[in-house]
Ligand binder design. Structure first.
Ligand SMILES: [Zn+2]
Length: 479
């Protein structure tokens, strides 16, 4: 099979994706910070990473995918304190919600999902190493900072001007988890305990406190993937300071290259604007359902643009997703057989080169830097004549088979969940126990019992039905 070529943020070149160890492609994705529901901008990043992994695996390469859970940082502690739950209880609830949303969006589970709180000793060890190497220093209050001046490659990912760097380094130290690019500064590895942290602190050689946010990804990435691994991914907003700091603390501790390649996706815009709390456009999956759309339609929509450009989300565009998914489902039905499974295709790709029928150019477009708009363009160009020939009954069986194969590759790469095409009559025949679940879910929702409402919605999905909410009611449709 042909291999994926991807734009590497670090080298600024397009590189071929293959496992350095010849066995598994090892990659790390910065995961969710679990202090509230993830919004569609967060999901754009995770879905792009899911597309990336699927394309690699469908090319016959095995992967080792690590995605962390950030369950201790400035935000999780602040919100847990407000909720009056312990940090562990608070973050466990939001982690569960993230998992439910990820499942509905048909995201593959990472092979390993470590959390920061579960890796405090590893983070302390990393700090000790950095102090021994002369790259970190304890401050008077019991915090520990990374000395940016001590690491000459600082800024190589975002190409920070060395003059700016030298002007800022060593003069300012910052203990916030997030800060702007024009504040290049010594960043915090260990934060001394503060009164507002409440009970959320751990013992360390420098006194009680907690790790700084940037440290966890270095410690957990190297623990599970090795000191050097194939690729590191995240949203473009994480380039600075998060990824720059990850590189500095990892490479200063080992003297080896950290991630060989870096993969960043652009922001999502909503109705032409940046996403922000004040504009009220941080839509969650719950909002998408409330507007009558499904997770499958959201997934289609968020993956329809190039990951390297900003894309605009609007509810109008969700209708296009619905129409396109139905059209693809129709074609699969007319090709007259079930799609081969994801696992089957990955397995076959390891051994065979496949005839992809009319869909070869669409797959090729995906292999060129995950060019989704080009792949979708090629797909619909291929679909049109095929639909006509199928309607006329002119397609030989082996051509049908190749097309089914090609189409399956794209359906699984994009992770599309195709709608069931049933007659209007049978879609109305909702079994009584499903009606009952849906009714109880509606009541839970009115009472704002979100956990129960989510649980019942999932139960309905488990029965093969989807609840489409409207302003003052809901409808059931086959999923
Ligand atoms: Zn990270």
């Amino acid at each position: 099979m042909k291999r994926l070529h991807l734009h590497d943020t670090l080298s600024r070149n397009r590189c071929e994706i293959f496992p350095e160890d010849g066995e598994k492609f090892r990659f790390y994705c910065c995961g969710p910070t679990v202090y509230g529901p993830a919004h569609i901008g967060n999901f754009r990043a995770f879905l792009v990473q899911d597309l990336f992994r699927r394309v690699i695996e469908l090319s016959g390469i095995k992967t080792l995918h690590v995605r962390n859970i950030t369950d201790v940082d400035d935000k999780t502690i602040r919100e847990a304190q407000k909720s009056e739950l312990s940090l562990v209880e608070f973050t466990a609830g939001w982690t569960e919600r993230f998992h439910q949303d990820a499942k509905q969006l048909n995201m593959l589970d990472p092979h390993i999902e470590p959390s920061a709180v579960q890796h405090i000793p590893e983070q302390i060890q990393l700090i000790e190493k950095l102090i021994d190497n002369g790259n970190a220093y304890p401050s008077e209050d019991g915090s520990v900072y990374f000395s940016v001046k001590s690491y000459s490659n600082y800024g190589k990912l975002t190409r920070i001007d060395q003059r700016d760097l030298m002007a800022g380094a060593g003069e300012t130290a910052n203990d916030a988890d997030e800060y702007e690019k024009d504040h290049v500064c010594d960043f915090v590895l260990w934060k001394a305990r503060k009164p507002e942290d409440g009970d959320n602190y751990w013992d360390s050689p420098w006194g009680s406190g907690r790790p700084g946010w940037h440290l966890e990804c270095s410690a957990m990435g190297m623990k599970y993937l090795g000191e050097t691994f194939d690729l590191h991914a995240g949203g473009v907003d994480l380039c600075f300071p998060h990824h720059e700091n990850e590189i500095a603390q990892s490479e200063a501790s080992t003297g080896k290259k950290f991630a060989l390649h870096w993969f960043h996706n652009e922001h999502l815009m909503v109705d032409g604007s940046k996403m922000s709390k004040s504009l009220g456009n941080l839509h969650t999956l719950e909002d998408i359902h409330d507007r009558g759309f499904s997770a499958a339609e959201l997934r289609y929509s968020l993956l329809s643009g190039s990951y390297r450009t900003k894309i605009n989300f609007s509810f109008d565009r969700m209708n296009e997703a619905r129409i396109n998914l139905k059209r693809i489902a129709n074609l699969v039905q007319n090709l007259g057989a079930d799609l081969p499974s994801y696992e089957e295709l990955c397995e076959r790709a390891t051994f065979e080169s496949m005839n992809l029928g009319s869909f070869e150019s669409s797959w090729d477009a995906l292999l060129e830097d995950l060019n989704a708009p080009a792949a979708l363009g090629e797909l619909f160009v291929a679909i049109k004549p095929l639909e006509k020939e199928l309607a006329e009954g002119n397609v030989p069986e082996d051509t049908k088979k190749a097309n089914l194969h090609g189409l399956a590759l794209l359906v699984h790469a994009f992770g599309w969940v195709l709608p069931e095409l049933e007659s209007e009559q049978s879609s109305l025949d909702v079994p009584d126990h499903v009606k009952d679940l849906a009714e109880r879910r509606w009541i839970a929702k009115q009472e704002k019992d979100w956990a129960e409402s989510d649980r019942l919605r999932d139960a309905v999905i488990g029965e093969g039905w989807v609840i489409k909410d409207s302003k003052d009611g809901y409808e059931l449709e086959p999923s």
